[in-house]
Design a protein around this ligand. Structure first.
Ligand code: SIN
Length: 298
């Protein structure tokens, strides 16, 4: 039995307070457990405990998992409907609901610049859609010997830390989120006409309110092209300034992957990015991924 299990109720514990399975991570956000086996269905109380921990911590790490696609899908859908994917890969195929993200080429060899490399820039998933992603879940399949971390930045803490005058200035503004802009910004292949037609640029609040906690957070990242109603240059400067502020070390948690990790996070209040801190052309990095659909940001 380890330190996590040591939090379970002792016979002397007569309080009705639910016992948390999760302990906070060593950073500004997140919590972890090694006390769950997701290969089997969870009872209702455990599901509620995981949902509550997700609401409180926004980033959860569940250790020692080895889920197949079906089980990962089933676990993710406890948080809402699973999202489909419109983006086409190099071979023209679309991602399955549960897919892998890798640094491998079509022959399965590691490459220094993978076909999809925009995930190495700060972003919140699918903010270019009317209903962007709520939650993204990754499971370690193959890891490099060192590095290959994923970083998360806390947009609620970043908003709270802004000067009062800036908070007043930006609350009520809308930023335009664009797939086409993101592809240019990250040096990726331009989207097809069909992609643009399926997901035209859309304006979302620059400061969004979390539907469960009621807290405000910055809603920015690589899809944020410009600010509605501001001259383009002024809007870009504001977006760059906010991104620089929000991704300072004090708001960032770096997840160093361990074999068996299943990690999921709240795209409504966190930014994330992959980190190229390993020899990408030499070592394989493969993660299974599934995304839960969200609602219109308010
Ligand atoms: C992602 O952006 O969804 C994946 C991040 C990672 O590869 O660490």
């Amino acid at each position: 039995m380890n330190s996590l299990h040591a939090q379970a109720a002792s016979p002397a514990d007569t309080s009705n307070r639910p016992i948390s399975l999760f302990i906070p991570l060593d950073g500004i956000i997140g919590a972890e457990t090694d006390g769950l086996d997701l290969s089997r269905p969870l009872d209702g109380g455990t599901v509620e405990a995981v949902r509550a921990a997700f609401r409180d911590h926004h980033l959860l790490v569940i250790r020692n998992q080895s889920l197949d696609k079906e089980r990962m899908y089933r676990f993710a859908e406890l948080f809402g409907p699973i999202e489909g994917h419109m983006i086409r890969l190099a071979d023209g195929s679309k991602w399955d609901a549960v897919h892998t993200i890798t640094n491998l080429d079509a022959a399965g060899n590691p490459v220094a610049k993978p076909f999809i490399s925009s995930n190495y820039f700060w972003h919140t998933d699918k903010s270019f859609l009317r209903e962007p992603s709520l939650l993204t879940m990754l499971q370690a399949v193959e890891l490099p010997p060192n590095g290959g971390d994923t970083q998360f930045a806390d947009m609620t803490a970043a908003f709270d830390a802004l000067p009062e005058a800036t908070r007043r200035r930006i609350d009520g503004l809308k930023s335009v989120q664009s797939l086409e802009f993101m592809r240019r910004y990250t040096g990726s292949a331009p989207p097809t006409e069909d992609d643009i037609a399926a997901a035209p640029p859309i304006a979302h609040p620059l400061v969004r309110t979390h539907p469960e906690t009621g807290r405000k957070s910055l809603y920015i990242g690589m899809y944020s092209s410009h600010i509605e109603g501001l001259p383009e240059e002024e809007g870009r400067a504001l977006l760059e300034e906010l991104l620089e502020h929000a991704t300072q070390d004090r708001f960032v948690f770096t997840h160093r992957w361990q074999h068996g990790d299943l990690v999921f996070w709240d795209n409504r209040c966190l930014l994330h990015r992959a980190t190229a801190n390993f020899e990408m052309g030499k070592h394989r990095r493969v993660l299974m991924r599934v995304v839960v659909k969200g609602s219109v940001p308010e």
